[in-house]
Ligand binder design. Structure first.
Ligand SMILES: C[S@@+](CC[C@H](N)C(=O)[O-])C[C@H]1O[C@@H](n2cnc3c(N)ncnc32)[C@H](O)[C@@H]1O
Length: 301
C-alpha cells in the first residue's frame, strides 16, 4: 500500500491535486496541480492516521510498554520511540510504514555537525549547549529531529495536541485541527498557480532554522547571532552573582539573540555588568536591589 492509498482509504481529501517533487533549492516539496487562492483548503488528513501520543499509547504492542514507564516519556520522546518502533517492524504495520519510508533518512540539524563545521558560526554556542542536553545514539537523535522538525501543535480546550501528519508534513501549511470530526485541515496562506511549489511558511525566523530544521534561507533578513554567556561556578563571587542574575530574571547560562535591529540587547549589558562587577560593586547593587522604587531588572541597565 502506498502512502496516498493508506490516507485515501482513511478518508483524506485533496491528494489528487498534489504531487511530491524534488526541487534543486529546497529539496523535496509539494506542487499543486490546480490554482489555489489564499485560505483554500488543499488537503484534509483524518485524525486516525496522525502520529500522536494517543496513537502510540493505544498501539497494541508498543502501548502497554509506554504506559508502564515511570516516569513516562515526554511527548517528543514518545513520538520518536513510535517512529523507531514502526521503522523496525517487519510485519503488521504496513499502513504506517510507507510514511516512515519517505521520511528524510539523514539528520541535517546542527546537532549532527562536527565542532569543526560549526566553528566560527553563530550557532556554535547554542548547539554546544543543546548537544550536552541531547546525548543519544544516531537513530534516536534522528527520530527526535523528525518529530521536532515536522510536528504541528494545536491548542485544544483540554490539552495541547502535538502531532505529525503524513503527507501534510511535506508541504507548506497553515493547519487547522477540527476536534469534533478529528480531521486536520490544511489551508494555504498564499495564491498559487497550477504547477507552483506550495511553500512552507516558517514566519520571521532567523537562520537558527539550521539548528532545528536543518536548512538555511539565503539573505534571511531575520537572521540573528545567538550569543551564549555563561559564568563558571569557580568564578569569583559566584553565589552573589547568581543571586543577582536571578533577581534580574537572567539565567547563569543565557542565550541572547543579536539581530540587525537590536545589536546589543539590554539583557546582554545586564548580564555582563553582573558578571564583571567587583566585590564592592556587587555589595552595593545587592544592598540597593530591593530598596529603590524602579524595578531591579530595569535599574541594572
Ligand atoms: C515539514 S518538513 C518539509 C518536507 C521535507 N522537505 C521533506 O522532504 O520531507 C521540514 C523539513 O524540510 C526541509 N526544508 C523545509 N523548507 C526548506 C527550505 N526552504 N530549504 C531547504 N530545506 C527546507 C528541512 O529539512 C526541514 O527540516
Amino acid at each position: 500500500m502506498t502512502l496516498q492509498e493508506w490516507l485515501e482509504k482513511n478518508g483524506a481529501k485533496g491528494l489528487d491535486h498534489l504531487v511530491l517533487e524534488e526541487f534543486p533549492e529546497t529539496g523535496r516539496g509539494i506542487t499543486t496541480l490546480r490554482a489555489l487562492k489564499a485560505g483554500d483548503e488543499i488537503l484534509t488528513i483524518p485524525g486516525a492516521v496522525l502520529w500522536t501520543v494517543d496513537a502510540a499509547n493505544t498501539d497494541p504492542l508498543l502501548g502497554p510498554i509506554l504506559r508502564s514507564l515511570d516516569p513516562s516519556l515526554s511527548v517528543e520522546e514518545t513520538l520518536a520511540v513510535f517512529f523507531i518502533f514502526i521503522k523496525a517492524r517487519d510485519t503488521e504495520y504496513e499502513e504506517r510504514k510507507p510514511h516512515v519510508e519517505v521520511l528524510p533518512p539523514h539528520y541535517t540539524a546542527t546537532n549532527f555537525f562536527d565542532d569543526d563545521e560549526l566553528a566560527g558560526s553563530s550557532l556554535y554556542g547554542v548547539t554546544k549547549q543543546l548537544k550536552q542536553q541531547i546525548k543519544s545514539e544516531y537513530m534516536y537523535s534522528w527520530a527526535l529531529w523528525i518529530v521536532c522538525s515536522r510536528a504541528m501543535d494545536f491548542k485544544l480546550p483540554e490539552k495541547r495536541l502535538r502531532s505529525i501528519a503524513p503527507f501534510a508534513d511535506m508541504l507548506n501549511h497553515s493547519h487547522v485541527y477540527d476536534q469534533r470530526t478529528r480531521i486536520l485541515r490544511v489551508l494555504v496562506d498564499n495564491d498559487y498557480k497550477a504547477g507552483d511549489q506550495v511553500f512552507i511558511k516558517y514566519g520571521p525566523v532567523p537562520n537558527r532554522l539550521l539548528r532545528l530544521y536543518g536548512f538555511v534561507l539565503p539573505n534571511n533578513p531575520h537572521d540573528s547571532y545567538e550569543l551564549v554567556l555563561t559564568t563558571h561556578h569557580l568564578a569569583p563571587l559566584y553565589d552573589k552573582k547568581v543571586a543577582l542574575f536571578i533577581a534580574a530574571k537572567l539565567d547563569v547560562n543565557s542565550a541572547f539573540s543579536l539581530t540587525f535591529t537590536e545589536l546589543l540587547p539590554d539583557k546582554v549589558l545586564q548580564y555582563l555588568r553582573i558578571q564583571r562587577s567587583t566585590s564592592q560593586e556587587l555589595t552595593t547593587i545587592l544592598a540597593t536591589a530591593n530598596t529603590a522604587s524602579k524595578p531591579f531588572a530595569a535599574r541594572m541597565r
